[in-house]
Design a protein around this ligand. Structure first.
Ligand SMILES: Nc1ncnc2c1ncn2[C@@H]1O[C@H](COP(=O)(O)OP(=O)(O)OP(=O)(O)O)[C@@H](O)[C@H]1O
Ligand SMILES: [Zn+2]
Length: 437
């Protein structure tokens, strides 16, 4: 059986499974519709049984369950945080959940984005997420919005009057955008973040507490912001924070005490500790939530932050075309007779590498911490009449490294070449079994 046949069959089965799921969901919906409970109002018999374990809690009781049922929330980001958060909120019976994400499911998402399964790869994350949530709870309404929050989020917030918004994204421009929209429309914002072994959580603009701008009137310098794609993250750390976002949201929707406003919770997964840090109060001069706000409608957040509102890497182009070689040319020089420097981090190099390559991370080269090693390699190249090739994940850092070498070793006969497109291009054009991550 050919690869193509396998892929076609897998796609057909996935499509059939989806149709079946939709039909089951519709059936369940029809069955539960209008089955009002003669023994209770507003909640159906099915709902009473389903939520009984939380309804019998004094903190929730029937009135809290009804509040959840009548709530409408917006979750932005169906990734590491949005998946666990939405699972618990759907399970708890939040009546209407709108989920925004522009992205599609990738293999490297599955270790933490627990609503997405193998057969969802390539599908919009919101589609994959809403299918699972509907299967979990057919009583509630899930609205998937496969859009970038910047395109039409203001319209959605204006139209829908959400009771809470969850920021489950991973970039500064979106954080400011959601903050400003929530303040302008007076909606609490449940904000989470996770990186490596650490996570953070707080609720902005709640009960006269501070907003994101009160704490961070100026965005962080773009180069200091690390995302999961670069720094990595443990799936269960996202789970901890996402589930806590769900908890805070339930508390807000049911008007419980103790919402995490004016406080920041810091979770350290390496020590398994939680710390509560008191945050500053609402700033009366804050540009958006202050007493005389300047910002009354969304601004240009990408310009404000000097960063893009997504984590898709933008390819740079700082070299002349004759300073590049293609991955096809690279294949011909991987025989050990040339010097190929892989400038990814040591951890990435350890994870997977091409044969006969050496590792010198660009971060060290940039900070002049590899001069000795570079001098040694350049000497070896000169004496052996070899070229030096620079390689990285996508071809950006290798361009920077090539340019550094050309400047710092300008008086040598050795030629420095950048491998265009890096290991991603190698995997695409030469050997698809090389892992693209
Ligand atoms: N402005 C935005 N509009 C819509 N979705 C957004 C926006 N900004 C971020 N997101 C989404 O938020 C989610 C953040 O989750 P997370 O960081 O776990 O995933 P990721 O971007 O897939 O990570 P990776 O870096 O591994 O590719 C992503 O699915 C991303 O598409
Ligand atoms: Zn503020």
């Amino acid at each position: 059986m050919s690869n193509l046949e396998i892929k076609t069959l897998e796609a057909e089965i996935a499509a059939l499974e989806r149709t079946l799921d939709e039909k089951k969901f519709r059936l369940q919906q029809l069955k539960s519709e209008h089955v009002s409970c003669p023994y209770s109002d507003v909640l159906s018999s099915e709902e009473i049984v389903r939520y009984s374990r939380q309804i019998i809690m004094p903190q929730i009781c029937k009135s809290g369950q009804i509040k959840l049922k009548e709530s409408k929330i917006l979750i932005v980001g169906a990734g590491g945080l949005g998946c666990p958060a939405s699972l618990y909120l759907a399970a708890a019976g939040v009546g209407e959940i709108h989920i925004v994400d522009y992205d599609e499911v990738e293999l490297s998402n599955l270790h933490r984005q627990i609503l997405h399964y193998e057969h969802d790869i390539g599908l919009p994350k919101v589609q994959s997420a809403s299918e699972k949530l509907k299967r979990l709870n057919s009583n509630i309404k899930i609205v998937p919005l496969h859009i970038h929050a910047f395109s039409s989020i203001t319209d959605f917030v204006q139209k829908n009057k959400y009771d809470a918004v969850l920021d489950c994204t991973d970039n500064a421009p979106t954080r400011y955008l959601l903050n400003d929209i929530c303040v302008i429309h007076n909606i609490p914002l449940v904000s989470g973040s996770a990186l490596q072994m650490e996570g953070q959580l707080t609720v902005y603009h709640y009960n006269n507490g501070p907003c994101y701008r009160c704490l961070f009137p100026k965005p962080p310098p773009a180069h200091t912001v690390t995302n999961c794609g670069d720094g990595g993250v443990l799936g269960s750390v996202c789970g901890v924070i996402g589930v806590l976002q769900a908890l805070e949201t339930v508390k807000i929707l049911t008007q419980m005490e103790g919402v995490l406003s004016g406080r920041l919770l810091i979770f350290d997964g390496s020590e398994t500790t939680f710390r509560n840090v008191k945050l500053r109060q609402r700033v009366t001069t804050c540009e958006v939530c202050g007493d005389n706000p300047k910002i009354k409608e969304p601004v240009d957040y990408e310009q404000f932050c000097g960063a893009r509102a997504h984590d898709k890497v933008v390819n740079i182009n700082i070299l002349e075309s004759e300073e590049n070689v293609t991955v096809e040319q690279l294949r011909g020089v991987l025989d050990g007779n040339n010097i190929v420097i892989d400038v990814r981090s040591e951890l990435e190099f350890d994870m997977c590498r091409l044969p006969n390559t050496v590792n010198l991370p660009y971060a060290k080269i940039r900070d002049n911490k590899s001069l000795g090693e570079l001098e040694g390699l350049v000497k070896r190249a000169r004496e052996g009449n070899k070229n030096v090739y620079l390689l990285c994940r996508r071809g950006n850092d290798s361009q920077r490294a090539t340019s550094y070498l050309r400047q710092n070793f300008s008086n040598t006969s050795v030629r420095f070449w950048n491998v265009k497109g890096g290991l991603h291009a190698y995997s695409k054009s030469i050997d698809p079994t090389f892992p693209v991550y």
